[in-house]
Design a protein around this ligand. Structure first.
Ligand SMILES: CC(C)(COP(=O)(O)OP(=O)(O)OC[C@H]1O[C@@H](n2cnc3c(N)ncnc32)[C@H](O)[C@@H]1OP(=O)(O)O)[C@@H](O)C(=O)NCCC(=O)NCCSC(=O)C[C@H](O)C(=O)O
Ligand SMILES: [Mg+2]
Length: 289
């Protein structure tokens, strides 16, 4: 499936060192997996995790789920070897859809990884204050396919407090969204740490969907259902899209450029959105088959 058409409602982090979680993920209802070599892997496990992960990505069947590997930063003791190990794994048959680079602050951070690995799209963790300010040049990078908000690291650097409305983070979220949408990149929201708090997760998913994110990164399987529902078109949205398209086509047949549905005008631009809603619903339905 091409990246633009693929749903990214639920993007689950899995520690690259944990065999059980790597196996379990073959059965989980997530649209994408971030196989993590960075924060989810303890220092003592960093080196072994590369081989564990390379084996899983060669032998396990992750179906239609997008397979994204988060490497350590090139400024750490492990980053360069992580990237080289993943390039070798691909060469040996591992299926990897993208490499995710942590703490991308400028275009040069992407260049450095791009020079080490060919032929695989890059994704950027957006989680530093400088990254927020340079979001446009990062999104414009020709190898970039997607952005992931790293709201924990961002909150740490901003010294902000947790708020259910995420007011301290909204500027950064908005800057990255503007950049991603300008360059047609995928962009997924940050994690919700309290993985047993379903109500809180739903509020944050709905906020992310309202803002325009394609989906949410998750840390536990219990979070999948809520994210999948929040980032899929609802029945009401699908029904409205169909009625808008029908009404607009009828208006056009009568030589008119505007239709009215449910008391609201429908113009060509609304039809673009309506068609996107239907295309996303179809792509989600195709995943289920
Ligand atoms: C948070 C956890 C440590 C909790 O793990 P655990 O106590 O094992 O949970 P459960 O007992 O409830 O697990 C039930 C079963 O589900 C499997 N499981 C748990 N988590 C995952 C997962 N992420 N993927 C796949 N499978 C998972 C368990 O193996 C159990 O299976 P079974 O044996 O069949 O019962 C744990 O969830 C965890 O490690 N989560 C990932 C944490 C992580 O990846 N953190 C780093 C990413 S977040 C980040 O870095 C954000 C960003 O950079 C920023 O700055 O914001
Ligand atoms: Mg982080």
């Amino acid at each position: 499936m091409n990246a633009a058409a693929r749903p990214y409602r639920s993007v689950l982090y899995i520690p690259g060192s944990k065999d059980r979680a790597l196996e379990k993920a073959t059965t989980l209802a997530c649209d994408a997996i971030i196989f993590d070599l960075e924060d989810a892997v303890a220092v003592e496990e960093k080196v072994n995790a590369r081989a564990t992960l390379a084996r899983a990505l060669t032998e396990a069947d992750y179906g239609a789920r997008a397979r994204i590997v988060r490497v350590n930063g090139l400024d750490t003791a492990w980053g360069r070897d992580d990237v080289i190990a993943m390039a070798e794994a691909i060469h040996a048959g591992a299926k990897i859809d993208a490499i995710l680079i942590p703490k991308v602050s400028m275009k040069g951070d992407l260049d450095a990884v791009a020079n080490l690995i060919n032929g695989v799209p890059l994704w950027a963790m957006m989680e530093t204050a400088m990254g927020m300010l340079n979001a446009a040049e990062i999104a414009a990078h020709p190898r970039l396919e997607g952005m992931v908000m790293g709201t924990n690291d961002l909150a740490k650097e901003l010294q902000s407090r947790f708020r259910a409305d995420r007011l301290p983070l909204v500027t950064g979220l908005g800057l990255c969204l503007l950049a991603a949408k300008t360059y047609g990149r995928i962009i997924v929201d940050g994690v919700y740490n309290a993985f047993k708090d379903e109500a809180g997760l739903k509020v944050e998913c709905d906020q992310g969907r309202d803002m325009g994110f394609d989906g949410k990164t998750l840390i536990h399987p219990a979070q999948l259902e809520i994210a999948n529902a929040a980032f899929a078109p609802s029945e009401a949205e699908i029904d409205l899209a169909r009625r808008q398209i029908a009404a607009f086509e009828e208006a056009q047949a009568q030589g008119l450029g505007v239709a009215v549905v449910d008391g609201k005008i429908v113009e060509n631009l609304h039809i673009v959105t309506a068609r996107q809603v239907l295309a996303k619903a179809e792509a989600i339905a195709a995943l289920a088959n």
